[in-house]
Design a protein around this ligand. Structure first.
Ligand code: NDP
Length: 283
């Protein structure tokens, strides 16, 4: 058996085109500000791609670049100004931050209504209690892909590999809200391969190149690979050994071209949702 490839690039393009059409019909342009401190090269690519996608979809988007020596107080002051700026609907502070700045303090300072990354404790709490809030972009993108792949979620056994605040945990919450039977596995789990093999839906978000081998994948499973790992030879691979897994799965996302493009599309979706909600219009 050879798996269907879930084309995240195409799904993301359709999502962005739909958002662009909605933005054109609005009497205002949703405002997004991305704050970048220092020049981490990995986040540089992300920030440039985001700028292009946001402009193409008609958003009022700008990146605010600060020097690597910026202090926490300076960054918090900027976040405060963006919170107060009525033209700004979404604020994204690009992580990781330099060591002198506490990440948690910065996330906590963002107005939850403008927290388009969905990392603020208020948004995490809203997600956990099934109330409308802003949902982290990457897991939101994974759920879009599962729906596009035609996965029947209600009652499905879903295994999420990884329990980070930005991917694994919110992913598990979204799957639970979609009526999956959810297991979260992590570095302290006994017998990871056996747990993964039980999955009808397997989401890998560990940050370990090709850790999920073919024999961890059940025949007919749907596999979503969140991992983005750069190998010493320059190749980009996921957390799943693609060819081995594709031989058993029913459908699988590639890396690159799977989850990655969805993250930016969902960031724009969150910015539009935040803009509508702030103006009292249902998203
Ligand atoms: P984190 O490092 O924050 O979390 C990794 C998780 O995997 C942790 O819960 C950790 O367990 C678990 N883990 C690590 N090693 C093992 C192991 N050997 N066995 C079992 N579990 C393990 O990573 P993120 O969640 O931020 O990111 C995961 C991956 O997704 C990365 O490759 C990242 O680059 C990618 N990513 C991709 C995005 C996209 O847009 N496509 C966006 C965000 C991330 P424990 O908690 O026990 O330590």
């Amino acid at each position: 058996m050879s798996a269907r490839i879930i084309d995240g690039k195409a799904v993301a393009e359709r999502l962005r085109a739909g958002l662009a059409a909605r933005v054109t019909a609005l009497p205002f342009r949703p405002g997004l500000r991305v704050v970048r401190v220092g020049d981490d090269p990995a986040s540089g690519v992300y920030v440039r791609n985001k700028d292009k996608a946001a402009a193409a979809a008609g958003f009022d988007s700008a990146t605010i670049q600060l020097p690597a020596v910026t202090t926490e107080a300076e960054l918090l002051a900027l976040v405060g100004r963006l919170n107060d700026d009525p033209a700004v609907d979404g604020i994204l502070v690009q992580l990781p931050l330099p060591r002198q700045i506490r990440q948690d303090a910065v996330i906590a300072a963002i107005d939850p209504a403008k927290d388009v990354d969905g990392f603020h404790a208020v948004n995490a709490g809203l997600l956990a209690t099934q109330q409308p809030g802003l949902v982290p972009c990457t897991p939101k993108g994974c759920l879009h892909l599962l729906r596009e792949a035609g996965a029947s979620l209600a009652g499905a056994r879903a295994v999420v590999l990884g329990r980070s605040q930005i991917v694994g945990r919110p992913m598990a919450q979204l799957l639970l809200a979609a009526d999956c039977t959810v297991t979260i596995v992590h570095s302290r789990t006994r017998d990871l391969p056996a747990e993964c093999r039980r999955a009808e839906i397997l989401i890998a978000a560990v940050g370990r190149p090709e850790m999920v081998r073919g024999d961890w994948v059940a025949d007919g499973a749907i596999v979503i690979d969140v991992g983005i790992n750069r190998l010493p030879d320059g190749r980009l691979v996921g957390d799943v050994a693609f060819a081995e897994a594709a031989a058993r799965a029913e459908a699988i996302t590639p890396v690159p071209g799977g989850v990655g493009p969805m993250t930016i599309a969902c960031l724009l979706e969150n910015t539009l949702e935040a803009a509508l909600r702030r103006r009292g219009v249902a998203g």
